[in-house]
Design a protein around this ligand. Structure first.
Ligand SMILES: Nc1ncnc2c1ncn2[C@@H]1O[C@H](COP(=O)(O)OP(=O)(O)OP(=O)(O)O)[C@@H](O)[C@H]1O
Length: 582
């Protein structure tokens, strides 16, 4: 167990050392009152005690008890503090790991399960580090002291006879604890499932309402809620079994002690005072016996949780940067050479034998039917998934020669699924450049043709977007994404179908701004509307992951293939829309 937890505990070893020190002091001091009480009883029975001495001894007894509790308070403080800090550490380690992972990791771990690990599992570990450690020391070191005192102050035979039930207690606790361990992992998995359901329902509440799915979603929730309850009950059954074991066995030790102790008194082998001391010590043993059961229970839950957290912490990173990676300093020429790509979960290649050079400062338009691989293609530079780095070159060097962060630093990326955080509009834009001045932010706003919308926001740029930008229109969210990417002043601007929700005029303005303000920068635009890419230096058409057409707008029109047909259709539609608007 300690091997698993040591790296956690080692962070707080000083606090643990202090805690153990106070514990030892508290335990040692706690051994004095039973001895004094026994001696006092014998003095009373012998009739040779004065009231003054009697009161003095009682006062001393009280003082010792007080000191013991002061030590106990200190020990408890340091242990629980370490427990809380370990909870934070576990969450911190998990979060650091989450932030480093590729998208493959998030596709193989559900959000519910990751949240479960960062909350429930981290709590179980903290419980083990706090209450668990307290129970461990209380149920091992403390009883040893007590047993030695029972032997020294009273009688070895009586001690050995009374502690006979203790190994039975230990055996039963371990047996029950093992049952809890296996069941606790199932509880956590059921918790993950419930978490995922709740998250999906909250996020998808609009769709649920519109399609009247409340009943079926509720049934699903009820099913996973009941499953969690059942799995919890499986643990509770064994926890409940632990309680009688923890009560009956100590009672057994008392029966033996009183019975055999009375026999020893009648034989004159021990005094009444010694039996009083003995039962006092025995009473002190009850808590450690209880604590042992507690420890096993907490330990098994903590260990199951630790295994689940460790599984995430041990997850091998699938995007590993080479140790001699250097920073990309230039706006590079980009070259895909016989490049193919497959998602970790897909069976077939999504990009096949792609050959294309994008010269620094030039623009590339990417078109194709839905699902043809446009987004996949333009995301390759970002290295969000493990990719074939041997066939993707930047300035003639394979991409893995460069540090990932320096490559990403060069890119301003506007994803298809815009991500808006629950902050103000300005803060959302400034995410790419936190130190940007207000003037720079305004320039980005103008670039994204968002300025005209500012008057419609109650507090202009300082308007809160709400969770996931709930208070914004689709087109506004897209333009915040564009402003965010522009503000970064990237060498490479990548737009992934990020003007699909804006009207023709706004789209035209943004395209004009890109042409004006992105001189010398590389621009890659993936979209369905030809109007967004027709002025690009080169346009490619993807079909099932391969390039089927390439050239300038005019060249592609001359070819008369898919691109030309699409253009004809889109032109007809836009003429119709214009008439409609009039
Ligand atoms: N994370 C993923 N894991 C597995 N397969 C994926 C993943 N993302 C996309 N795909 C698959 O890859 C293929 C190409 O998807 P991609 O999103 O690149 O197409 P697209 O041309 O951008 O489509 P659209 O125009 O609809 O946005 C599709 O078959 C899609 O199902």
């Amino acid at each position: 167990m300690f091997k698993k937890f040591w790296w956690f505990i080692s962070y707080y070893k000083n606090k643990y050392i202090l805690a153990v020190l106070f514990l030892l002091l508290s335990d040692l001091v706690g051994l004095i009152p039973p001895y004094i009480t026994g001696r006092l009883t014998d003095m009373i029975f012998e009739g040779n005690i004065e009231l003054k001495v009697f009161l003095l001894i009682l006062g001393l007894d009280l003082l010792i008890i007080l000191i013991k509790y002061l030590f106990a308070m200190s020990w408890s403080y340091f242990t629980f503090r370490a427990g809380n800090e370990i909870d934070y550490k576990a969450k911190d380690n998990l979060m650091t790991k989450f932030l480093e992972q590729s998208l493959k990791f998030f596709e193989t771990h559900s959000t519910g399960s990751l949240m479960g690990k960062a909350t429930n599992d981290a709590n179980s570990i903290s419980n083990l580090a706090g209450a668990g450690t307290l129970s461990l020391f209380d149920s091992t070191i403390f009883p040893l002291f007590i047993i030695v005192m029972m032997m020294v102050v009273v009688d070895v035979k009586l001690t050995l006879a009374s502690i006979i039930p203790l190994p039975i207690l230990a055996y039963l606790c371990i047996l029950i604890g093992n049952k809890i361990y296996a069941r606790w992992a199932k509880v956590q998995r059921a918790f993950d499932k419930l978490n995922t359901n709740i998250l999906e329902d909250v996020e998808g509440i609009r769709i649920i309402r519109v399609f009247n799915l409340q009943k079926s979603r509720y049934n699903k929730f009820e099913e996973s809620g009941k499953d969690l309850c059942d799995k919890n009950m499986n643990v509770v059954k064994y926890q409940a079994l632990m309680t009688p074991v923890q009560r009956i066995i100590p009672a057994l030790t008392f029966v033996i002690a009183i019975g055999y102790g009375s026999f020893l008194i009648s034989n004159g082998e021990i005094t009444i005072g010694q039996l009083v001391s003995f039962t006092y010590y025995l009473n002190m043993l009850v808590w450690p016996m209880y604590a042992f059961g507690n420890f096993i229970n907490i330990k098994q839950q903590g260990t199951a949780s630790m295994d689940r957290i460790q599984e995430v912490l041990d997850y091998e990173e699938d995007i590993v940067e080479s140790i001699d990676a250097f920073d990309l300093e230039t706006n590079p020429n980009i070259e895909f050479s016989d490049y193919s790509f497959k998602y970790p979960s897909s069976k077939e290649k999504v990009l096949k034998d792609i050959n294309i050079k994008i010269e620094s400062g030039k623009s590339l338009g990417v078109l194709g039917k839905t699902g043809s691989g446009k987004s996949t293609f333009i995301k390759q530079l970002l290295r969000l998934y493990p990719i074939d780095t041997n066939h993707l070159y930047l300035d003639g060097e394979r991409i893995h020669k460069y540090s990932i962060s320096s490559v990403r630093e060069k890119i301003g990326y506007v994803p298809q699924n815009h991500m808006i955080f629950s902050k103000t509009i300005k803060e959302n834009i400034k995410l790419s450049k936190p130190k940007a001045t207000d003037e720079e932010v305004m320039e980005a706003v103008r670039f994204a043709d968002l300025e005209k919308d500012l008057s419609t926001f109650p507090e202009g740029l300082d308007t809160l977007c709400g969770e996931k930008g709930i208070s914004l229109s689709g087109g506004q969210k897209q333009r915040i994404g564009i402003a965010r990417a522009f503000l970064k002043e990237p060498d490479i601007l990548i737009l992934d179908d990020s003007m699909s929700a804006v009207d023709g005029k706004t789209e035209k303005n943004i395209i004009e701004n890109i042409k004006k303000k992105s001189r010398g920068k590389t621009t890659i635009i993936s979209c369905h509307r030809i109007s967004q890419v027709k002025d690009c230096d080169e346009i490619i058409v993807l079909n099932k992951g391969t390039i089927t057409e390439r050239g300038t707008h005019e060249e592609l029109l001359k070819k008369g293939q898919w691109y030309a047909k699409q253009y004809k259709n889109q032109m007809a539609r836009s003429r119709f829309d214009e008439k409609d608007e009039k």
